[in-house]
Design a protein around this ligand. Structure first.
Ligand code: SF4
Length: 371
């Protein structure tokens, strides 16, 4: 909760005025942005960048944003694209549900809304992949609506400015209220970007540059001398570890067996190397995925490779073993456990939507080929 000893130190309007003045001089030059005071960026650009930024750092998003705009300069062009082309272009950004929702959203905007994004938070949230945060960002940045945008940067700035002692995630509603109270009616889009930029470049998670901060004299955490303890966070639960066994089946013509994942759930519709289910180590009787034989794609001589693939998703760590086998060119006849099989040249997978974890598997398998 907000410390009673450190109430708002400035009138609301002064926070906004100072932040906007600071933003006019120090804003980040990002490909999807319009400079302060200029006409707003096109809603398509704002939407595309905000979807990409949902779980990904600004520095990573830059080249992807440019690549998408080059390939699909308008929402109509993106709507007309093949889903696989969008997924393939998205590879490396992770959280692939975003790419599927991006495509569905583009199709709805193109087919049902005349190619125009709605301009209110309520209408925007009816579209796939647009939650409260993204709706507020698009409404404020693309349409100048008075909407409060609260991301991790904004939460950190609010927690420090007002020395909010309630830990995250419980503090989210308090931090949102504080952010709302400071949001101005005019220049709401610039203001939203100003607070985010302040959090990203000055009020950084570690080593904040308080000497450069336009509201330093109104900052409760600074006055208290314990900036680094904000925002407070509840202890995180340790991520479980799952384990699986991948099957690298090589055909005599050099092609390798891949398959498409189901169209729902983790990495939906992406391409993968066939595998056992990925099961929590604690639920495996000996923690080694020893029943892998039930899931082999073909009855062959399977051999376990040295080395493992390690990958971390949002909710779990993953450890993958890799089994290798060789088979004849007419292997199709013996394939089991594999729906949607694909025989691909493992040295040329660029046209396939292979997620990062599968690229690691391929690298391990090809390293074995070379050894
Ligand atoms: S004074 Fe320092 S801690 Fe406070 S808001 Fe500014 S940068 Fe953040």
């Amino acid at each position: 909760m907000r410390s009673p000893d450190h109430p708002t130190a400035l009138p609301k309007s002064q926070y906004a005025a100072r932040l906007l003045d600071w933003y006019d001089c120090h804003y980040r030059h990002l490909a999807w942005r319009a400079p302060p005071g200029a006409p707003a960026a096109a809603p398509y650009r704002v939407w595309l960048s905000e979807i990409m930024l949902q779980q990904t750092a600004v520095v990573t998003v830059g080249p992807y944003f440019t690549k998408f705009l080059d390939a699909w300069p308008t929402v109509d062009a993106l709507a007309a694209a093949e889903m696989d082309a969008v997924l393939t272009a998205w590879v490396g950004l992770g959280y692939y549900a975003r790419a599927r929702n991006l495509h569905r959203c583009a199709q709805i905007v193109a087919a049902e809304l005349g190619g125009k994004f709605p301009n209110t938070e309520t209408e925007l949230q009816k579209l796939p992949g647009i939650g409260p945060y993204t709706a507020a960002a698009i409404a404020a940045i693309a349409f100048g609506q008075t909407a409060t945008v609260v991301d991790g940067n904004v939460e950190r700035v609010m927690a420090r400015l007002f020395a909010v002692t309630e830990p995250l995630p419980k503090a989210k509603s308090i931090l949102r209220e504080l952010a709302q109270a400071l949001t101005p009616i005019k220049r709401a889009g610039d203001y939203a970007q100003a607070v985010m930029d302040l959090g990203a470049t000055v009020c950084r998670p570690r080593g904040p540059l308080c000497g450069d901060c336009p509201v330093a004299d109104a900052c409760a955490a600074r006055r208290l001398g314990d900036i680094d303890t904000y925002p407070r966070r509840a202890a995180k639960k340790a991520k479980p570890t799952r384990r699986g066994t991948m099957f690298w089946l090589r055909r005599a013509d050099g092609r390798t067996l891949l398959r498409r994942r189901p169209d729902k759930g983790l990495l939906a519709s992406m391409i993968e190397v066939p595998s056992t289910p990925w099961v929590d180590v604690e639920k495996q009787s000996d923690g080694t995925n020893s029943d892998w034989r039930k899931y082999v794609p073909a009855a062959c001589e399977w051999r376990r490779l040295e080395g493992q693939v390690h990958h971390t998703f949002t909710h779990f760590h993953l450890v993958l073993d890799l089994m290798v086998a060789d088979t004849a060119v007419d292997a199709k006849a013996v394939i089991e456990n594999v729906a949607g099989e694909i025989w691909a040249d493992p040295h040329d997978l660029s046209g396939l939507a292979l997620p990062t974890v599968m690229k690691k598997v391929v690298r391990l398998a090809l390293a074995e080929d070379r050894s």
